[in-house]
Ligand binder design. Structure first.
Ligand code: ATP
Ligand code: MG
Length: 398
């Protein structure tokens, strides 16, 4: 039996004249994601992506799992292809899915016929194949509304594709089709989730992390690297820029009113992120901020942060509760690493009473009395360490 993977388009099928661009981007990503597993023939026809292994040695479980994490596909299936002949279809369905049918009590056959030259219409094919399978599994009952298992047959140009229920794909749009942004990656729970959410909307990402040694440790830096590696299955390969932030941060601590410290620091981080973004072709910044989560995430504080620089700041978690964010963090596999207790530079020097509704005028006045800050920020941006993150890198951090 010849197994293939099929990927079904979601939102990109609505892209009209631009659809080709989205399809070729996704083809490239699928080829890249499956490359090291062995030879595949990968193509798109009738809005479906076909991934045909060209060797029997290929680990199809891993391939299926990887494809289900690629943004751009609404659903994926793992099917077997056979000749478009009713008798062959029956035998193949039994051989491929008979084992699954033995584990359930109710089932249903679904058929779709895009090749209209096939002599049986879909309802007839469903009925006849259903009868054939019932004969071989006399304990089964057909339930058209809530079957425990579905046998699906798709009669397409290149053959008859037979499979069980489709599994949901990662959804969204192919990474890169919306441009590229720079994600502010801390060691916390939120920012890896923010990266995941924006990559899902088609943004390729790089990350920037602010480290303040010796206040923050080498372990904290490695934790952030591990988070970038973990999210790379979704975001794709990227670069993590680690900014040596100690000097600007100490300078702000020593030269500004302590109740404004956090917002001043966040503006400073945004300016540095802006400089790195412009150097690396990123057209927006991404953060894991969520409204009112902490003092620096009130509407007034966000206004102050936004005016620090001129790239759009995307905050995909702005309207989510922590519990919702945690749910996603668990699903994408970053939660366990995020909760490991290493200090972040955002939590050092934090004043006991940060101003919750800072006014832009007082922030600008505070900055005006820090003449050396701009140079320190420039230097920090210039000295950022570059760490290459490749998809599938071994993550060795506990
Ligand atoms: P937590 O789960 O602890 O809230 P967090 O990453 O959201 O983690 P916050 O202090 O709420 O931490 O920071 C808000 C946002 O600012 C983060 O989501 C992240 O985008 C950015 N950020 C915070 N600290 C850093 C840092 N050291 N380097 C880069 N970005 C940071
Ligand atoms: Mg947060």
């Amino acid at each position: 039996m010849k197994e293939v993977l099929m990927g079904y388009q979601g939102e990109m099928s609505l892209k009209g004249l631009n659809k080709n661009q989205f399809e070729s981007a996704l083809l490239k990503i699928l080829r890249y994601r499956l490359k090291d597993l062995g030879p595949f023939r990968i193509y798109c026809a009738q809005s479906t992506f076909y991934m045909e292994p060209q060797s029997d040695e290929i680990d199809m479980d891993t391939a299926y799992d990887r494809v289900s994490k690629v943004f751009g596909l609404a659903a994926v299936s793992r099917s077997v292809v056979c000749e478009k002949d009713f008798a062959v279809i029956c035998r193949t369905a039994e051989e491929y899915l008979g084992e699954n049918l033995r584990t359930v009590k109710t089932f249903k056959v679904e058929a779709r016929r895009s090749d209209k030259n096939f002599p049986m219409k879909s309802p007839e094919l469903m009925r006849e194949l259903g009868a054939y399978l019932l004969e071989r599994h006399n304990y089964l009952r057909v339930d058209v509304h809530q079957p425990q298992f579905k046998v699906i047959v798709e009669i397409r140009d290149y053959g008859a594709y037979i499979h069980g229920p489709k599994k949901p794909g990662a959804g969204g749009l192919p990474v890169g089709t919306s441009g590229r942004a720079l994600n502010l990656l801390s060691g916390g729970i939120d920012s890896p989730v923010a990266a995941y959410r924006m990559a899902k909307r088609g943004l390729a990402l790089h990350h920037v992390h602010f480290a303040s040694p010796p206040y923050t440790s080498e372990r904290a830096r490695l934790k952030v690297k591990a988070l970038a590696q973990l999210t790379s299955v979704y975001t794709g390969g990227c670069t993590l820029y680690v900014v040596p932030y100690t000097k600007p941060q100490e300078y702000i601590r020593d030269n500004a009113p302590s109740m404004l410290f956090t917002v001043l620091m966040r503006r400073s981080m945004m300016r540095i992120a802006n400089a790195i973004a412009r150097h690396t072709g990123c057209e927006a910044l991404v953060t894991g901020e969520s409204l009112a989560q902490v003092a620096s995430q009130t509407v007034q504080a966000l206004q102050c942060t936004d005016t620090a620089q001129d790239l759009p700041v995307l905050r995909p978690l702005i309207g989510l509760d922590k519990t919702e964010i945690i749910e996603t963090a668990r699903a994408i596999g970053t939660f366990e690493t995020s909760i490991l207790p290493y200090e972040d530079c955002c939590t050092i020097f934090t004043p006991p009473h940060p101003k919750i509704r800072p006014e832009l005028a007082e922030i600008l006045a505070a900055e005006a009395s820090m003449p050396e800050l701009a140079a320190l920020e420039e230097q920090a941006a210039r000295n950022a360490e570059k760490i290459r993150i490749r998809i599938g890198d071994e993550v060795d951090f506990e």
